[in-house]
Every structure is written in structure tokens, then in C-alpha cells.
Design a protein around this ligand. Structure first.
Ligand code: SF4
Length: 364
């Protein structure tokens, strides 16, 4: 079976090249051709000898997620449904969203097919966990989305690990992909332009804090008390708010680094002024900004917050010195939020009946 090269670190590529009996310096040449020059075919890697190109064609491969469908939105976003796996890994469908805006593009990618975390406002949860993605499948979504939109790319690329899956429950593959994204010799994105979004997996947050190179961290808060959060995000029973926020306080934020707390405003559930005041108290000792994401009503049993309610909630946070921004999800007409497309394709009746988008996915 040919060895998959997409997603391998520079060091892993070196080990592979040496195992072929080739000189180690060939590895950075392949890494460069792949991530800097966008040469995805060994025949196009003309910086390698013809003999090595032939050998790689027989003994290695570069496999990208395959586009099954594109869903262009009226707002310019494009949602991709990808097929992955099939040869030596379980076949699965995942999704990514390309969102162009104001001189930049934000690309939301998946880290797992499905998800085991079971947040009650999320359709991906209804798939359960199908499997973890490999590093190549994670970084591959980004490369395909960029290649697809090559003609319209703005200078800045942001990546949000906010598609299907809980990134910190697929830690090693996610971080291997992130390292390629942040490597100046790789895709060369800035750490502040790659954001990992977690439901609050405390051991993963602690581990991330020890990384020398790491993305920005966003945490789905979505509640102002344990009682509320237990009901919306069962993961809270394992890592309750006090434990989660204690991990945030210990996290070695760098100068000018802060946490982003995502807060989906569910009408009548978590959007009262008292909720806002509790959020202020929760975040009192954490360097944080809050993204408020108004819920769009659908068939899940929640309703949208009122415009006045959203603004009043934001005002409480801002008055108390917590930066808070109202965010609306992109691509709602093409179900551009976590898990909806895969759910539709897999015949999930709940998803198929929806005519709007979840508001879980927000972008700056
Ligand atoms: S919101 Fe994220 S962590 Fe929660 S179930 Fe959906 S994909 Fe998983």
C-alpha cells in the first residue's frame, strides 16, 4: 500500500525518504513542493530527480478529500461536502465552508466525521462519532478550499477548526495539521489566524497550553450556570464551569492573546440580563472576549432571541468591561453550520426539514 504523504510533518517525511534509501535533503524539497508550491502530483515536483518521482509515484500517494457537492450561498460562502477514506480507512463524509469577506477568507474545517460530544443544539451530534480524521484529511480540506477559490483569494486566510467534531478529542491529528498550517515552511498562517474551537475538554486545553506552537482557542460557553450548561452540553457534567474556567485561568496566554467564548443566544433559555450578569462574573478572572451568536429557529426546540434581548445582553457585558460582539453565521441558505450538510446527505429527517441554518458557526 503506498504511503500517504499529505499531513506528514517535515520530520516524518524525512524518515520516509530515508527508509527509501534516499538522501534526507529530499524531504524538505517534497514538503516545499507540496505546501509552498502547491504541486500535488509527483510528476510536477520537478525539483526532484526523475527517478525519485517515479519511485514516489509507486510507493507514496497524496490524497485529498474528494468534493462530492458544492453549495454556493447568496452571501458568497461555499459549503463543500467531501468524501474521505475508502482504501485503508473507513469511508466518511465531512464538510468545510469557504467564507470570503472584507479582504480575507475564513475557512471552517472538520476534525472528526460526526462527533461524540452530544451538544443538544448541534446536528453533528446526531451523527454520533463516525471516526477521527487524519492530519492529512484535516489540512487537505483547507488546501482544497483554497485551490478551488484560487482566482478570488484575498491576502489573508483565517482557519477555524469549528466544523464537524471536537478537535481536542482528536488531539494528535488536529495538532499535526495545525503545525503544518502554522509552519513558515508549510502553509505559513499566523497563530492568531488559526482558531481551535472546543466544547471545553479540560485535559485537551491543559495539553494545548503546553504547546510551543498553538492556535488561538475558542470555547463554546453557551450557558451562564452549570444547570443550564448541563442541559445544553452534557460534556459540562464531566468538566463543569468551575473546572473549565480554572483551566482557562491557568492557561499560559501570551501577551495580547485572549480566549474567545462563543455564546449561542437561545431565546428564553440563556439570554436574560441575569444570564449576562452571570457570564460577567464567570469570566471575571479570564482574559476573554465573547461572541454572541443569535439562534436561528428551526426544528430543534429553541427559539430566536429578540433583537432587544441580544442588544441588552451585549450591553451588560460591554458595560462590565467584557468585550462582546454579535456574530451572525454565514451561508445559512446552504446549511453552512456545524453538521447540517452531512446530516442532510445522510438522510437525517430533522436536518432535511430545516429551512434555515444553525447559528453555531460564527466568523469574525
Ligand atoms: S457543537 Fe461541536 S462539540 Fe458539540 S456536538 Fe457539535 S460538533 Fe460536537
Amino acid at each position: 500500500m503506498p504511503v500517504e504523504l499529505l499531513g506528514k510533518s517535515a520530520e516524518e517525511l524525512r524518515e520516509f525518504i530515508v527508509s527509501l534509501g534516499e538522501r534526507p535533503y529530499r524531504a524538505p524539497q517534497i514538503y516545499h513542493a507540496l505546501y509552498k508550491e502547491g504541486r500535488f502530483d509527483f510528476a510536477a515536483m520537478t525539483n526532484l530527480s526523475a527517478a525519485l518521482r517515479d519511485r514516489l509515484a509507486q510507493q507514496a500517494r497524496i490524497t485529498f478529500p474528494r468534493i462530492l457537492r458544492r453549495f454556493p450561498s447568496v452571501d458568497g460562502s461555499i459549503r463543500y461536502l467531501f468524501a474521505i477514506g475508502g482504501e485503508d480507512t473507513k469511508p466518511a463524509q465531512i464538510e468545510a465552508v469557504f467564507m470570503p469577506r472584507d479582504g480575507r477568507q475564513t475557512i471552517c474545517i472538520s476534525t472528526q466525521a460526526g462527533c461524540a460530544v452530544d451538544c443538544h443544539f448541534c446536528l453533528t451530534a446526531q451523527l454520533g462519532l463516525i471516526r477521527n480524521l487524519t492530519a492529512g484529511e484535516i489540512v487537505g480540506q483547507l488546501i482544497v478550499a483554497l485551490e478551488e477559490n484560487r482566482e478570488q483569494l484575498a491576502p489573508q486566510t483565517n482557519v477555524v477548526l469549528m466544523g464537524q467534531g471536537e478537535p481536542l478529542l482528536n488531539y494528535d491529528a488536529t495538532m499535526a495539521a495545525v503545525r503544518i498550517m502554522l509552519d513558515p515552511q508549510g502553509l505559513a498562517l499566523g497563530p492568531r489566524h488559526v482558531t481551535l474551537s472546543t466544547s471545553g475538554i479540560v485535559p485537551g486545553i491543559e495539553r494545548l497550553g503546553q504547546e510551543k506552537i498553538r492556535p488561538s482557542l475558542a470555547i463554546s460557553l453557551n450557558a451562564s450556570s452549570d444547570e443550564q450548561r448541563d442541559a445544553l452540553m452534557p460534556i459540562n457534567r464531566k468538566y463543569p464551569l468551575a473546572v473549565l474556567l480554572a483551566a482557562c485561568q491557568k492557561y499560559p496566554l501570551r501577551p495580547r492573546e485572549y480566549f474567545t467564548f462563543e455564546y449561542v443566544l437561545l431565546g428564553g433559555v440563556n439570554d436574560s440580563p441575569e444570564d449576562a450578569r452571570r457570564v460577567v462574573r464567570l469570566l471575571a478572572n479570564v482574559r476573554a472576549k465573547v461572541n454572541l451568536i443569535p439562534w436561528n429557529p428551526g426544528n430543534l426546540p429553541y427559539r430566536a432571541p429578540t433583537k432587544e434581548g441580544i442588544e441588552a445582553f451585549q450591553a451588560v457585558l460591554v458595560e462590565k468591561g467584557v468585550p462582546a460582539f454579535i456574530r451572525f453565521s454565514r451561508g445559512q441558505d446552504v446549511f453552512a453550520a456545524c453538521g447540517q450538510l452531512a446530516s442532510m446527505e445522510m438522510g437525517n429527517p430533522l436536518a432535511a426539514r430545516r429551512e434555515d441554518g444553525l447559528t453555531q458557526l460564527s466568523v469574525e
